[in-house]
Ligand binder design. Structure first.
Ligand SMILES: NC(=O)c1ccc[n+]([C@@H]2O[C@H](COP(=O)([O-])OP(=O)(O)OC[C@H]3O[C@@H](n4cnc5c(N)ncnc54)[C@H](OP(=O)(O)O)[C@@H]3O)[C@@H](O)[C@H]2O)c1
Length: 352
């Protein structure tokens, strides 16, 4: 009765509830149940200058795994109890900022959660152009992985017509774009991927010249046969045995953009990992090689996003997605991606 009277007098304002995946414990090797947990809490009211974003799609990316370790690298470690970081495509559902309107579709670094309160002046919030392209493509082929492929290949790989380019994790979000762009530059492109279905897709859908299934063994011999003129550009995504198989094939003047080394991200001793920088750096005559971050070309974010989105609209850039349904399934999908269970860009669909 009292509650009904109070309700009539003041109205009832039920706080929005947020669900988030937090890092509860640092993994020791592979992610175990309990490392990542689902937490629920109230969404705060927005203040002047702020916006409320509801997540529609979440991107899962390999870089998140090393960030779960208690080790300094180019990114600070995620704090225990902290929301997992990550990029989403979201909808502005409330705005007290001049910069954003309710209904704007944006990409932003909201993390693994359903709602995000941001300052309207926060770096890295971009309104996307949904015309003629699925909005989630701004997390993949026309998003961070696509820009990574573009910058690593074009600025560090520097492809020349007739050269041979090898790319690992070839069916993935970055690798698939690297190979297609290299073909457009007039190169011969050889992919490396885990499984015959992935290799068929890489050749028949993405248009690579060849693709080697590293899980079948004999990688060195198969690479040698696929690259009779040696390798001019090796786009490094995985590290480990794959890098070692590339070493004897690198031509004089070759370039190795080191994008990542996912094969060792689950290691129990990250501090003693043999990285591609060690492997290529210790060659008698090392190729031009260095680890790079897509953020080095942050000033070209919008321009390159536009180029990639146009290539998707015209059908020149093809891609695949692996979609997990619901935020609660993000940890399992993430674990699967690190084991190669994804086929194309790994996403989590949160709401329509
Ligand atoms: N430097 C940057 O700014 C930047 C930005 C984005 C991404 N990256 C890096 O780019 C790489 C690819 O990322 P992505 O987002 O495109 O992921 P992705 O390729 O879509 O997914 C990861 C893939 O890694 C492969 N993989 C997993 N374990 C492996 C192993 N032991 N040996 C060989 N391959 C293995 C799997 O493909 P298979 O089934 O084919 O093995 C898996 O599908 C990662 O190293 C990531 O860290 C770097």
């Amino acid at each position: 009765m009292l509650r009904r009277v109070l309700h009539r007098l003041f109205g009832s304002k039920k706080a929005l509830r947020n669900r988030a995946i937090v890092l509860s414990r640092r993994p020791n090797g592979e992610i175990r149940n309990g490392d990542l947990t689902l937490e629920t809490f109230d969404v705060p009211d927005i203040e002047d200058g702020e916006i409320l974003i509801e997540s529609l799609w979440l991107s899962l990316d390999p870089y998140m795994r090393p960030q779960m370790n208690d080790m300094e690298s180019y990114q600070d470690p995620i704090l225990i109890g902290g929301v997992m970081p990550g990029e989403v495509v979201g909808r502005v559902s409330n705005s007290r900022s001049d910069k954003f309107q309710v209904g704007d579709i944006v990409t932003c670094h909201a993390g693994w959660q359903e709602y995000y309160v941001a300052s309207g002046s926060e770096d890295g919030i971009h309104v996307v152009e949904p015309e003629g392209i699925p909005i989630q493509a701004y997390l993949g082929v026309a998003g961070m992985p696509g820009r990574t492929a573009y910058c690593g290949l074009m600025y560090l790989g520097k492809p020349v017509v007739g050269e041979t380019v090898v790319v690992s994790a070839a069916s993935g979000a970055v690798g698939g774009v690297v190979g297609q762009l290299a073909k457009k530059q007039g190169c011969t492109v050889v992919g490396i991927a885990g499984g015959s279905k992935k290799c068929e897709y890489v050749v028949h859908e993405l248009g690579f010249d060849e693709c080697i299934n590293y899980k079948e063994g004999n990688l060195s011999a198969k690479l040698k046969a696929a690259c009779p003129n040696g390798v001019d550009i090796y786009f490094e995504n995985v590290g480990g045995e794959t890098s070692k198989a590339i070493v004897p094939l690198l031509n004089e003047g070759s370039r190795v953009p080191i994008c990542g080394f996912v094969s060792v991200y689950n290691t129990k001793s990250p501090e003693s990992v043999e990285t591609p920088m060690h492997i290529f750096g210790s060659m008698d005559s090392p190729p031009e090689h260095r680890f790079f971050l897509v953020s080095e070309w942050q000033d070209q974010h919008q321009e390159i996003t536009g180029i990639l989105a146009d290539l998707v609209r015209s059908g020149e850039l093809k891609y695949r997605e692996s979609i997990a349904e619901g935020l609660e399934n993000a940890p399992q999908a993430f674990k699967g991606m690190l084991a190669g269970k994804n086929f194309g860009k790994q996403l989590v669909h949160i709401r329509d």
